[in-house]
Write a protein that binds this ligand. Structure first.
Ligand SMILES: Cc1ncc(COP(=O)(O)O)c(C=O)c1O
Length: 404
């Protein structure tokens, strides 16, 4: 990943006004005509919910993930809820989820009367730790939701070994649901997100690698029975019209979002390449300044295709929040995904976890800092981010003030 052949020095110290964490207007400028035309066509059609644009998107995304079915819905959060509903999760069931993730991964569980069981993470990938999962499986475990955090697949091989590929038929019944909200197109051993679990859930929230102009989501799966259930459930369990087979929800993808996403989908690979290039640039720049020895840089593995929805470093020694404030002063956008494990959230207090119960989640929540990584980010902006980090850490005695 490192760009040994590239000389970054010219990008250090270039004056830049500010560096946004994400600037969607730069992407819009490159596809404006097509996007505007697609929106206009939907407006002209008078068909605003589901319809041909949604069907086209469902087919295209299922094909790109090499699975048989895609079912659009109103958000990634709803995709997770629908997947659990289709899996038949209900009162008395347990669902194992990582604690270090966005709230929606877990909130779908108690909404169905089931119990979220929080697992710790692998400190290198930030993804759910299969060793921890193994210890949490009980006869009540109905599903496991690994999250492909920041755009890199969780250890799906180990998770399959303890469920779908396990000799015990009870274990095989555990439903594996990939939370791929941050990881559309990511791969493990050339199998894309969506090809490892029984179902996978995507989000089209604007900050995602394939983002709409509002909310949207999709369940993708190879399992026809699950696909049919999700499709039924997203439309009030209604089949035919005004006859309700089951109690579903209203969670439909609208035609404008689908039309925009259909315009964007063909660009997704090139945007991912730009994110990968930016990650490589950071690696090279941090190494150039010797910062790779004091901060934790993200690791990309040879057998995984990382799509870099987020570029997250670890700032140890209690310096994370001070650094973030200093970057903010310099108008450099950052964020913290996530400042607290879900097992510590007030709404889950009834489960009785202590923060020390999941030590890797606790440390990660104190150290992580997401830096700008969006495709159109410029080299001099990356140079400004890296130099600002060096300046703060050097001023606080964490590293030498290496000037190039
Ligand atoms: C890991 C993860 N899961 C689920 C979601 C929920 O997606 P949405 O915002 O589309 O409801 C998100 C989005 O933020 C996410 O990052």
């Amino acid at each position: 990943m490192m760009k040994k052949d590239m000389d970054f020095r010219q990008y250090f110290g270039v004056q830049v006004d500010h560096v946004p964490l994400l600037d969607l207007s730069r992407q819009y400028a490159t596809i404006k005509e097509d996007m505007d035309a697609a929106v206009r066509a939907v407006s002209d059609s008078g068909r605003f919910v589901l319809g041909p644009e949604v069907t086209r998107l469902e087919e295209a995304i299922a094909a790109s993930a090499k699975v048989g079915y895609g079912i659009g819905c109103a958000s990634g959060s709803d995709a997770l809820l629908l997947a659990l509903m289709a899996a038949g999760v209900g009162p008395g069931d347990e669902v194992i989820v990582p604690s270090f993730t966005f709230f929606a991964t877990a909130s779908c569980v108690p909404r169905l009367g089931a119990v979220p069981v929080f697992a710790d993470i692998d400190p290198v990938t930030f993804n759910i730790d299969p060793n921890c999962v193994e210890k949490l499986i009980t006869p009540k475990t109905k599903a496991i939701i690994p999250v492909h955090l920041y755009g890199q697949l969780a250890d799906m091989k180990s998770l399959r070994r303890m469920t779908k590929d396990h000799p015990d038929p009870q274990r095989q019944k555990i439903v594996l649901i990939e939370d791929a909200a941050q990881a559309i197109g990511a791969e493990l051993e050339s199998i894309p997100a969506g090809g490892w679990g029984d179902m996978a859930c995507l989000s089209f929230y604007p900050t995602k690698n394939l983002g709409g102009a509002g909310d949207g989501g999709m369940v993708i799966t190879n399992n026809e029975a699950f696909a049919n259930k999700v499709r039924l459930l997203r439309g009030h369990g209604m089949e035919p019209r005004y006859y309700h087979k089951v109690i579903g929800i209203n969670s439909r993808l609208d035609s404008w979002q689908a039309a925009i996403l259909n315009v964007k989908l063909p660009y997704l690979d090139s945007w991912v390449h730009m994110r990968q290039r930016n990650a490589g640039n950071y690696q090279g720049m941090f190494e150039e300044l010797g910062l790779d020895r004091v901060i934790g840089l993200p690791t990309a593995f040879d057998n995984r295709l990382h799509v870099w929805n987020q570029y997250v470093v670890r700032i140890p020694g209690g310096h994370r929040d001070g650094l973030r404030a200093a970057l903010n002063e310099k108008k450099i956008g950052t964020d913290i995904y996530y400042p607290m494990g879900l097992h510590q959230q007030e709404c889950f207090a009834y489960l009785g976890y202590k923060k020390e119960d999941l030590p890797e989640t606790l440390v990660a929540s104190q150290e992580v800092l997401a830096l700008p990584i969006f495709p159109e980010l410029r080299l001099e902006e990356q140079g400004a981010v890296v130099c600002a980090i060096r300046d703060y850490l050097a001023a606080n005695g964490v590293c030498e003030n290496k000037q190039i």
